[in-house]
Structure formats: C-alpha cells, structure tokens
Design a binder for this molecule. Structure first.
Ligand code: B12
Length: 341
C-alpha cells in the first residue's frame, strides 16, 4: 500500500534542513519511503516544496544565504540517499539531463533526473552550468535518445536557446523544463524545444507518451521568434546603463548618498539584474517575464528596507537611456503599469 507525505512531515523536514541536520534528514526521508511513500513522492512532495519554501524564506530575509546553502546541501544528500537506495532497472532509453550554461540550480534538475530514473530511464546527469559546446560534444559522443535541459532563472534563456538549437542540429530531441522557462514552461516552446514540462511528474508522463521524434536537424530557415536584436544591443550596454542609472538615483534617491561601499555594490548588482531580466523578456518577446521579475524584486528589496518605489526610479532612468528601443520601452512601461495597477 502506498502512503503519502503529510503537511506535518513537511514541517518536520523544514526544521531538520533548517538545522542543517544531514543524518536525521536522510533517516527521516528514507523512513517515509520504508513506510510506503514512493521515493518519487518523497522527492516531489517533501523535498521540492520545502526547497521552494526555503526560497521564500530567503526572499523575505528570514533565512540567511548561509542557512539556505546548508539546507540545500542536506536536501542534495537526501535525494542522493534515496537514489542510492531505490534503483529500478532502466529500459526506456538514455536520457541526458543538464543545466544550461550559467545555471547553478542543479538540485531541481537532479530531482527531475532521479524521478526519470525511477521511471525507467538510463539517466546521465551532468549537473550545474554545462558550457554549451561541451554539452554538444558529449551528446555527439554518447548519442542519447533525449536531452533534457534545465533552466531555473530566465536570464539563462539565451544559453538555453543555443543548446536547444545545437542539440537538434545533432539530431537529438530536446525536452525543456525548470521554472526559468516560465509558466507551464511556455518560453521553452518559444525557443523551439521539442517538448516542455513544468514539473518532474508531468515530465515523465511527457517522456512516456512521446514517440521520440527523429529530429532531422535544426532548420536554419526556421523563422526567428524575435523581430529585432534589442536584447543583444541592450545586454552590451549593461555597464553603461547601470552607471547612468546610479547617477540618476544619486539625484532622486538621497538615501543612496549614505550607502556603504557594500550597499552601493549590491545596488549596482540589482540594477544589472534589472537589465538582464529586461533582455531575457525581450528575447522571448513576453513582457510578463520582466513584470514578474519586478514583482519579485520589489518584495526582496522591501524586506531589506529598500523602498520598492526606488525600482520605478531605475525604470525611469532606463526609459530615458533606451529612447530608441521601442520594445524595451514597452516592457519598461509594463513594469511601471504593473506597480500602478
Ligand atoms: C537552492 C537555491 C539556490 C542555490 C542552488 C544550489 C543547487 N545545488 O541547486 C544557489 C545558491 C546556487 C542559488 C543561486 C541563485 N539563486 Co536560487 N534558489 C534556490 C532555491 C531556494 C531552491 C532551488 C530548488 O532546489 N528548488 C526546488 C525545485 C523543486 O524547484 P523547481 O524549479 O520547481 O523544480 C522542479 C521543476 O521545475 C522540474 N524541473 C527542474 N529542472 C527540470 C528540467 C527538465 C528538463 C524538466 C522536464 C523538469 C525540470 O522538476 C523539479 C521537480 O518537480 C530556489 C527557490 C525555488 N522556488 O526553487 C531559489 C531561486 C530559484 N533562486 C533565486 C535567485 C534570485 C538566485 C540568484 C540570482 C541569487 C543571487 N543573487 O545570486 C542565484 C542565481 C544563480 C544562477 N545563475 O543560477 C530566485 C529566482 C527568482 C527569479 N526571479 O527568477 C529563487 C526562486 C529564490 C526566490 N524565492 O527568490 N539558488
């Protein structure tokens, strides 16, 4: 008989990982599996939602980065222990799972990899930030049936696109997943992935029902999904844009004058992230990417004592700088409107 993970189990697990208590957390997870919870459910209903909660605790400044790192390390060991204990035979084919270049969220991809392994795939897990050319040469050498690319932050979508294109050119079908591909992984479809899935559970269903296509190669004449290269030009101007916005902020946000060197550096980082997310939104031509990011940024800054209205000052500065980039201006205006609405 199968059993299920309860809300009390999740509370207990959060306490354990919050303490960085590796052995008790592993014992707890293995114990659930022994009591009849399928290992896949231990990963998807215990570890995954806890990791999402950890993200919220970090975003609200209730957990430090150190506490998040310690907890994530424990969760990685828990997933590894479950994988070592439960080893079904592989019969469905070879599946390569990799995070795209610059993507350091290996644990979400690992969770998907183990769930796929428990569903009968012979998985090769390549982990975090795999440089595109290295991934492609690995694919040529090992000839898997499918490559699954993971992206957790949308700023890595350009790297994801390069890999999708190159894998298909090598004749290997691509499954795209991870929260960076957006709601229902829709930006994965935009970038031309053969299949997408929002969660690992859904992904194994997709893999099961998918008559793996014979990919004949990337069609060089495939119509581009963006009409211009604003995202490229703006990405190149990131440093200049940040410097100009810092000058502008100094005039309009007097608190900046009293910032420490560290606070100024953190502000410059945030300003750079705004440019990066703007470029990602332009790349997939969807203003929702940028507005969702701004919602998140306002929460993160607000909990750290930075008035969320300061974001609008930055958007204004970028609007002025980017006067000859019509799509960027539309995305920036959507970011402004979202706050007003
Ligand atoms: C741990 C963590 C990290 C660790 C990752 C370590 C590791 N080994 O993975 C480190 C410290 C590296 C990190 C770094 C950063 N992080 Co982080 N991180 C997290 C956190 C707390 C947990 C990640 C996790 O384990 N998630 C759990 C799983 C279940 O997530 P999931 O995406 O839902 O995965 C499922 C599906 O997407 C699917 N799936 C995943 N991959 C694939 C692939 C395929 C092919 C398929 C089909 C399915 C699939 O399967 C999974 C199971 O169902 C998340 C919070 C969150 N909500 O995820 C933040 C989070 C993702 N990080 C965030 C941020 C901001 C960052 C940084 C930018 C922080 C910084 N200032 O440096 C950097 C970016 C680094 C980079 N370029 O990659 C934000 C992103 C916000 C945004 N606007 O996009 C989040 C959401 C935190 C938050 N609430 O604000 N992070």
């Amino acid at each position: 008989m199968t059993a299920a993970v309860s809300p009390a189990d999740r509370e207990r697990y959060l306490d354990l990982v919050g303490d960085g208590a590796q052995t008790p957390a592993i014992d707890f997870a293995l114990g659930l599996a022994e009591r009849g919870v399928p290992p896949r459910d231990v990963v998807l209903d215990l570890v995954a939602p806890t990791q999402a909660r950890i993200g919220e605790l970090w975003a609200r400044n209730e957990w430090s980065v150190a506490q998040e790192h310690a907890a994530t390390h424990v969760s990685e060991q828990v997933v590894a222990a479950l994988a070592a204990r439960h080893r079904p035979p592989a019969g469905r084919g070879v599946l390569v799972v990799a995070c795209v270049d610059g993507e350091w969220h290996a644990l979400p991809a690992r969770m998907f990899a183990e769930v796929a392994r428990w569903d009968g795939w012979d998985v090769r897990f390549l982990g975090a930030s795999v440089p595109g050319p290295h991934l492609i040469s690995y694919l040529h050498r090992h000839g898997p049936d499918v490559v699954a690319v993971s992206c957790s932050v949308p700023t890595r979508l350009v790297a994801a696109y390069r890999v999708i294109e190159a894998a298909q050119a090598a004749g290997i079908p691509v499954l795209a997943g991870g929260r960076g591909f957006g709601p229902a992984a829709r930006w994965g479809l935009r970038l031309g992935a053969d299949r997408v899935a929002a969660g690992a559970g859904e992904a194994v269903e997709v893999l099961r029902s998918w008559p793996l296509p014979t990919v004949t190669g990337f069609d060089p004449l495939r119509e581009s999904f963006v009409s211009d290269d604003e995202h490229v030009l703006i990405a190149k101007r990131n440093t200049q844009l940040v410097a100009a916005a810092m000058d502008d902020l100094a005039q309009r946000f007097p608190a900046l004058g009293g910032y420490t060197a560290h606070q100024r550096e953190a502000t410059e980082y945030d300003l750079g992230q705004i440019v990066e997310f703007l470029c990602a939104g332009l790349f997939v031509d969807d203003p929702e990417l940028f507005t969702t990011f701004l919602d998140w940024l306002r929460v993160v800054l607000g909990t750290r004592g930075v008035p969320p209205s300061s974001v609008d000052l930055v958007l204004d500065a970028y609007q002025q700088q980017l006067y000859d980039f019509p799509r960027a201006r539309a995305h920036l205006a959507a970011g402004r409107r979202r706050k007003a609405g």
